[in-house]
Design a binder for this molecule. Structure first.
Ligand code: FRU
Length: 497
């Protein structure tokens, strides 16, 4: 029975480890037709502990195969977050030009050093694979980059090849800022510059940076995007990921003046305003012919991650998503859209000519709900409500009075496991200005992800309904109303094997 209860919340098209604890996605790299996902993993329990890199592979970021643990702690420390690249030119010498190596760049965290306080506890190190990720060898010259003697937080290296300067660039989280380093061969690193001490959100420690080029969809102009996770200090509490738009010349990241103005006017910008999308970074080496910026995040929040009611395993990843940079009248907005590979999971479609749809059994718990409706007037709320036979319901929509989106999981299911889980309404700005509102909501057993206005506003939330939601209805001003467009599509998927 316990087993059944545990598996009740196992999502199908979101990655979860077979068992035990997982946090950040790591080393996401695409190589020879395979998406690799490594992750912070504690194989010996369902809470955080000495970190390993777990590993999974997929042809489409949705169907995953579990792989053996890639990296385990050693005398230098536990294996914290980091990235992986294809070293196409074999600059590291770990492979050959014919067989370019995969190189992982990760943080060692040495707990004994941290407690003793005599040596900096975090350093950066390398491991490589010449068999397409099947087996990994740690570099004998580790660590390759050490912190200053008094530096505690010094972690989460994200590395990419920078063509113009013919070097590898590393973004590193250093407490309250990001430091950039460069290297010709991944082994020797020199400091370039730092960013962020006096901009953005600083409610917590900075973690998991990612600096990457991205084109403005409307103009084709190239900008640089800096993703930056912070814990705590997120817009709705706990951990969350903010972003910055600027330029990078191979040495320094400088905020775009228009974006700097936006930050002053509107405050920090977040890739996701829900509570459950953290430590996300982008996939490395996505072919230029594809051209997409692909990412996923850890679908939890440090506020309650160790307490969520799935004890066999803990935590999954968010939906993989494509990031797009758009120019709105008020400035830059980073959009997130579920990857198009999701289309292949689509099954039965219902288009109710009504205000509500009842789907018996478990049909609704893995689904996409799409609605279009006109902007509600000043005083009313317009939202989707998913509910079950236990009287639990999850509401997500727009508040006409504030003009903000909201996600309300206060009555959505189990919440007694952690006080901070569902004590408040979560809200997000609406960036789009159109009179027609488009909401896309993905359910996958223990989560709901809202993509509003073609991904301009995004909210990812964990949910633990006692039984599956079987009814979805559209509500305006307290009344069930038929929206202009109403479409519910079942999604077929099964957990990783
Ligand atoms: C983010 C983080 C990283 C660190 C890892 C440890 O969630 O704190 O900064 O490398 O988790 O598991």
């Amino acid at each position: 029975a316990d087993m059944m209860q545990q598996e009740q919340y196992r999502p199908g098209y979101h990655y979860t480890p077979a068992r035990a604890w997982m946090n950040d996605p790591n080393g996401m790299v695409y190589y020879r037709g395979v998406y690799h996902l490594f992750y912070q993993f504690h194989p010996h329990s369902n809470v955080w502990g000495p970190m390993h890199w777990g590993h999974a592979t997929s042809p489409d970021m949705l169907h995953w195969t579990h792989q053996p643990v890639a990296l385990a702690p050693d005398e230098l420390g536990a294996i914290f977050s980091g990235s992986a690249v294809v070293d196409w030119n074999n600059t590291s010498g770990f492979g050959t030009p014919e067989n370019p190596p995969l190189v992982a760049i990760y943080t060692y965290h040495n707990e004994a050093d941290r407690l003793a306080g005599q040596r900096p506890p975090q350093s950066q190190a390398l491991a490589y694979s010449t068999d397409q990720g099947a087996s990994w060898t740690k570099y004998a010259g580790n660590p390759v980059l050490q912190a200053a003697p008094d530096q505690g937080d010094f972690r989460d290296p994200k590395v990419r090849w920078h063509e113009a300067s013919n070097s590898w660039i590393m973004s590193l989280a250093v407490g309250d800022h990001v430091a950039f380093y460069a290297s010709p061969d991944l082994k020797q690193w020199h400091f370039l510059s730092q960013f962020g001490k006096d901009v953005g959100a600083h409610g917590g420690v900075w973690e998991c940076p990612d600096l990457l080029p991205i084109r403005v969809a409307e103009t084709g102009a190239q900008k640089w995007l800096l993703l930056l996770s912070i814990n705590p200090g997120g817009p709705n509490g706990g951990s969350a990921t903010q972003y910055f738009i600027g330029d990078f010349d191979g040495r320094q990241f400088v905020l775009d003046p228009a974006f700097a103005h936006q930050l002053k006017q509107d405050g920090p910008q977040w890739i996701d305003w829900g509570r459950d999308n953290y430590a996300g970074v982008t996939w490395s080496d996505v072919p230029a012919t594809d051209g997409r910026v692909l990412m996923l995040g850890w679908m939890s929040n440090w506020d309650y991650a160790t307490k969520v009611p799935t004890s066999a395993w803990r935590s999954g990843m968010t939906l993989p998503r494509e990031l797009q940079l758009h120019q709105h009248t008020q400035g830059y907005v980073l959009h997130s859209l579920p990857v198009r590979e999701l289309d292949a999971l689509k099954g039965h479609v219902s288009q109710p000519q009504a205000a509500e749809l009842v789907l018996p059994g478990a049909a609704l718990e893995q689904s996409e709900t799409y609605v279009e409706f006109s902007r509600p007037d000043g005083s009313s709320k317009a939202y989707l409500e998913f509910s079950n036979a236990h009287g639990e319901s999850y509401k997500v929509g727009l508040d006409g009075q504030t003009g903000r989106y909201f996600s309300d999981r206060r009555q959505a299911g189990r919440k007694d496991f952690a006080e901070q889980f569902a004590s408040a309404l979560h809200t997000a700005p609406r960036h789009a200005q159109s009179a027609v509102i488009k909401l896309r909501v993905y359910l996958d057993r223990n989560s709901a992800e809202l993509f509003a206005d073609e991904g301009a506003t995004q909210m990812s939330e964990l949910l633990f309904p006692t039984s599956p939601y079987t009814r979805v209805r559209f509500v305006v001003n307290g009344q069930a109303v038929q929206p202009a467009v109403f479409k519910v599509t079942q999604l077929n998927a099964s957990p990783a094997a």
